[in-house]
Ligand binder design. Structure first.
Ligand SMILES: Cc1cc2nc3c(=O)[nH]c(=O)nc-3n(C[C@H](O)[C@H](O)[C@H](O)COP(=O)(O)OP(=O)(O)OC[C@H]3O[C@@H](n4cnc5c(N)ncnc54)[C@H](O)[C@@H]3O)c2cc1C
Length: 385
């Protein structure tokens, strides 16, 4: 029991922990090596336990609970033995479906949200492009109106779950050439003619998660697949990004704590100069400093959750938390690897994977510098003229 979590949350936490221990961790080595995990096997299991629709309406198979339960799930996913699979699950729950759940029509939710919650359909969020990552307003993938349909042409890059997805939540330009006006969010079934996976990317880390370049060549989807009014896509995506960023913060905070505690155990056992490593003041002071930073980040994350649950705008605080999480994860990874010595550098130990995986947080879901730009705007520092 704590200020934020009651007995029901804790029972739910145990259930998610068992899911991670039984359905994810035993397979991590194999899935990391294979550079992909079987989303179509894992997601229905997660769906059957109610993990993919915690905050979504019961009418569509969700649990209708608040974001504190989602927080519990994300914390437990963040403790898994890799970051790739937790990220892939969070794409389904917190990145590709929030706008659909909030702004979709009843028919869209029946058709797309229900299978996402059940885990019988795999989702991707398709925003970034080869020439537009940080600058979302520069996307060029177009969806042109033709009768009752959109005809989509272009390319998306870095798309998580991209080789396995049944549906993409696609941000496309429906008018104009540049700028945040004239974009729309459209659900694209990947079995539509003209869609293809151009390439599966080899990455530094998050090896178990597939990341792809996607191609659209006259892909025809009904206009009825558009979420919300035409031209509102950028705004809906900016709203949706808040959950994407917050989910990354919550998962990474739990992951950081796990790796620090693992390092404490290692430094207790490892002897140098006739005493355990942990007895060196530099080492236990540094570890305590990191634990303090992680706790401060967790409290900022909980503040964001409380704000979100109250229905208030969380953009500035979530951006601050995402910035801090990315930087702290890098420091935790580097320091903990250092305290493992050579054992931090070999694949038999989890440190090397953590070091690789942790690097993504400062880039994905908006780079550190993009978070700083958002904070500057919300603080009234920009525009200066
Ligand atoms: C493993 C992985 C998974 C991903 N999954 C998805 C996904 O599922 N869906 C999706 O849509 N995208 C996804 N992305 C894309 C991700 O969001 C982008 O990589 C990110 O937004 C950065 O864009 P970019 O790579 O094009 O970098 P760029 O935009 O080229 O920026 C490069 C660097 O320049 C700096 N920079 C950029 N702009 C500024 C500025 N204004 N001021 C100062 N510095 C700046 C930053 O340091 C940035 O890292 C994923 C990326 C990775 C690596």
């Amino acid at each position: 029991m704590s200020l934020y979590f009651n007995q029901e949350h804790e029972m739910f936490r145990q259930m998610v922990r068992r899911f991670v221990e039984n359905e994810i961790n035993p397979h991590v080595e194999k899935w990391e090596e294979e550079r992909i995990f079987p989303a179509h096997e894992l997601f229905p299991k997660a769906g059957a336990l109610g993990l993919l629709g915690i905050t979504y309406p019961e009418e569509y198979g969700g649990s209708g609970l608040d974001y504190w339960y989602e927080t519990v799930m994300l914390e437990e996913l963040g403790r898994a033995n890799c970051a790739g699979i937790p990220m892939a699950i969070a794409v389904q729950t917190d990145m590709a479906t929030p706008a659909l759940a909030m702004h979709g029509t009843h028919e869209q939710k029946e058709k797309f949200l229900k299978p996402a919650i059940a885990g019988t359909a795999v989702f991707s969020i398709a925003v970034s492009e080869p020439d537009a990552g940080s600058d979302v307003a520069a996307i060029r993938t177009r969806a042109e109106v033709d009768g009752d349909d959109y005809v989509i042409n272009g390319s998306k890059m870095w798309i998580t779950n991209g080789t396995q997805a049944n549906y993409l939540t696609l941000l496309a330009r429906t008018s104009g050439d540049y700028g945040f006006k004239g974009m729309s969010l459209i659900i694209v079934p990947t079995d539509t003619p003209g869609f293809s996976v151009s390439k599966k990317l080899e990455k530094l880390g998050n090896h178990s998660s597939d990341t792809a370049i996607l191609s659209f060549d006259n892909v025809r989807v009904p206009q009825a697949n558009r979420i919300g009014p035409e031209g509102m896509g950028f705004i809906l995506q900016m709203q949706q990004f808040q959950k994407e960023r917050l989910s990354g913060v919550i998962m990474s905070t739990a992951g950081m704590e796990k790796i620090i505690r693992m390092t404490i155990d290692y430094c207790r056992q490892r002897q140098t100069f006739g005493k355990p490593l942990i007895d060196n003041q530099w080492i236990h002071f540094k570890i305590c400093e990191l634990l303090t930073e992680v706790e401060a980040l967790r409290q900022l994350a909980y503040h964001c959750v409380r704000t979100l649950v109250a229905g208030d705008d969380v953009t500035k605080e979530a951006s601050m938390a995402k910035l801090k999480a990315g930087r702290l994860a890098r420091e935790v990874a580097d320091t903990c690897l250092q305290f493992h010595g050579g054992m931090g550098y070999v694949e038999e130990y989890p440190m090397a994977r953590y070091f690789r995986d942790a690097r993504l947080l400062s880039i994905g879901a908006g780079a550190d510098e993009i978070m700083l730009g958002i904070i500057a705007k919300y603080e009234g520092i920009l525009p200066s003229r």
